[in-house]
Every structure is written in C-alpha cells, then in structure tokens.
Design a protein around this ligand. Structure first.
Ligand SMILES: [Zn+2]
Length: 317
C-alpha cells in the first residue's frame, strides 16, 4: 500500500494533511517514512509476525518460500520466532488468510476463514512456483479471492474479542483485481486492466475506501476495549508503470508503506517503530513491562519465483 506522500504526488488522494488530521481526531497516528524491510510479501509478513529478520544478505540462497509467510504458519512442528512469542505470551492467534496465503488450523493458529479449495490451490501453486516450470512459463497464476470477507470483517467485526488475542487480517487491498467502486461498494465485475489510467483510477477508489474503512475499524476496536492495540499497514509499497512513477519523481516505491496505529494511552511514551520488523516489538512493549529492544531498520531487495535472482538477498543502501 502506498504512503500518503506518494499517494498525494500521484493525485490518488486530494490532501494528505486532511487525512492525517482526521485520523488524529480519532487518536490514530500515521507514521511518515515508515520503512519496509523486504519488498516481497512472503518475507515482509514473515518479518512482521516474527519480529525478526528471517533471512539476510549473508544467508544461503533459498530455493523455496516454505520457511516464510504464510507457510511458516501452517506447520506447527517447525518452530519459529512467532510460535515462541505465542507460547511465551500465551496469546491466542486468529488469522484471516486468503487464496494466496491460506490458513490452516493448528495449535498456534485459529482460522477466521477456512476454505479447503484454497488450501489445495495454494499447495498446487507452491509446487508450481518451486518447480522449473515457473522459469519456462514465467507466469504466476495468482488468483486472489477472499477480499469480500476481509472487507466485511473490517466493516463489521462480528467476532467477540477477548483479552489476550492477536488478530491478523491479510486484506489484499488495495490490490488487483479491484472490486470496490467509488462509493466503496462491491462491484459486480472485478476489474483487471492493463490500461494504466484505469488501474490508477481503481487503485484510487480502493485506497481511499480502505483508509476510511480502517479508520472506522480502528475506532471501533478501541471502543470495544481501550486497551486494544491496532495497526493498519501495508506489507510493502506499490508501483505503477515505470513511466508513471518517473513522471512524479517517485523511486523506491516498494520500500516505504502506509502505517497507522492506535495504541492505549499508557503506550504513548514508547517510541513507535520505524519499520515492519519492529512492529511486534512495539506491540509487546506496549502490552507488558518487558523492554524489548528494536532491531536496526535494515532493508533488503528480494525477488519472486521466476526471477533469475530468486533466492538471493541484497542489502539495500
Ligand atoms: Zn504484498
């Protein structure tokens, strides 16, 4: 998701300061220049949940994303930092996955959505992207479905929230295929377009809708219990065509993202995180008396399957 700064430059939003002011009225804080540690979803979300760098430029080249998001959540037998945190804090974890990153219930993970065909799709997809075929076809058959449920959850969080719970919603929005219209209602037909102007228009609807919807959501969650802590953030930035981005003087778009949080007042003394890897550390510090140090805000260039550099990690300077 784009930062407000980049969205304003591209005229996706009218006025960044208006949005910030409106959020602040609800005691929601927007952090400018919030950094992404990895520019790929599977690593960025692994770093968010694990509160650590799952891999760095000194690691061995990997051949599969099995140890990263969402696969590290699916296998309770393979321990990882996130499971350790859940054990230690005794928190219950609820996850709203999607077709790209489905949920599988285990002793650590509760699913807010359970869909067997998605799991099958994801397994077949992983087999394909791990294979040589991806290099032959260079095509990723991404089918993103779930967004309706995610949006419904944001608009109407039906669950009764209890103490000591963590909810993680992977909303896949704003993101193609675009399905929200100008008035933030579901369109009858999903839009997938190669036309740049049309894409920006659709992104604009989704972006503005999401900001409004999540603002209400954050307010509601803290009304339920003002001890609740809510983050709304992108896993990485977003880029349109090179030409479009150059025209607006926007570079490195994937390495900064939208980040807002609403925290109980007792946490107002804490320094907010600068990058994704430190979000969970902030949350744990806000939640308890332990003082967990922030990690250095590093950034790594990474790749998806089908790219010649897939499995390599470069430190960004
Ligand atoms: Zn992503």
């Amino acid at each position: 998701m784009k930062t407000l700064e980049s969205a304003e430059k591209l005229k996706i939003i009218k006025n960044k300061q208006e949005i910030i002011n409106s959020l602040e009225k609800d005691e929601i804080y927007y952090k400018k220049d919030f950094l992404v540690n990895y520019d790929t979803t599977y690593l960025s979300l692994a770093s968010l949940l694990q509160g650590a760098y799952p891999i760095n430029d000194k690691s061995k080249r990997y051949k599969t994303r099995k140890n990263f998001y969402p696969h590290f959540l699916l296998d309770q037998k393979k321990d990882n930092n996130f499971f350790k945190i859940l054990r230690k804090t005794k928190k219950n974890f609820f996850y709203l996955g999607n077709s790209n990153a489905p949920c599988q219930k285990n002793i650590y993970v509760n699913c807010l959505r359970d869909n067997k065909s998605e799991k099958l799709f994801s397994m077949v997809n992983l087999f394909y992207i791990d294979s040589i075929f991806i290099y032959a076809f260079n095509y990723i058959p991404y089918k993103y479905y779930n967004p309706y449920e995610a949006i419904n959850f944001i608009n109407m969080p039906k669950n009764v929230f209890k103490k000591n719970e963590i909810y993680f919603l992977h909303v896949l929005n704003p993101h193609p295929p675009y399905f929200l219209n100008k008035n933030c209602n579901f369109k009858k037909k999903l839009t997938k377009t190669k036309n740049q102007q049309e894409e920006i228009q659709n992104y604009t609807y989704a972006y503005n809708c999401l900001i409004k919807m999540t603002q209400k959501f954050m307010k509601k969650i803290s009304e339920i219990d003002n001890d609740n802590l809510v983050f709304v953030m992108g896993d990485h930035g977003w880029s349109f065509s090179e030409e479009t981005m150059k025209k607006s003087n926007l570079t490195d778009n994937k390495f900064k993202t939208y980040f807002t949080y609403k925290a109980p007042s007792r946490c107002s003394q804490l320094i907010p995180p600068n990058s994704i890897v430190n979000v969970l550390r902030f949350a744990l510090n806000c939640n308890g008396s332990n003082k967990i140090n922030y990690l250095e805000d590093l950034q790594f260039k990474t790749f998806y399957e089908g790219h010649e550099n897939y499995g390599k990690v470069f430190l960004k300077n």
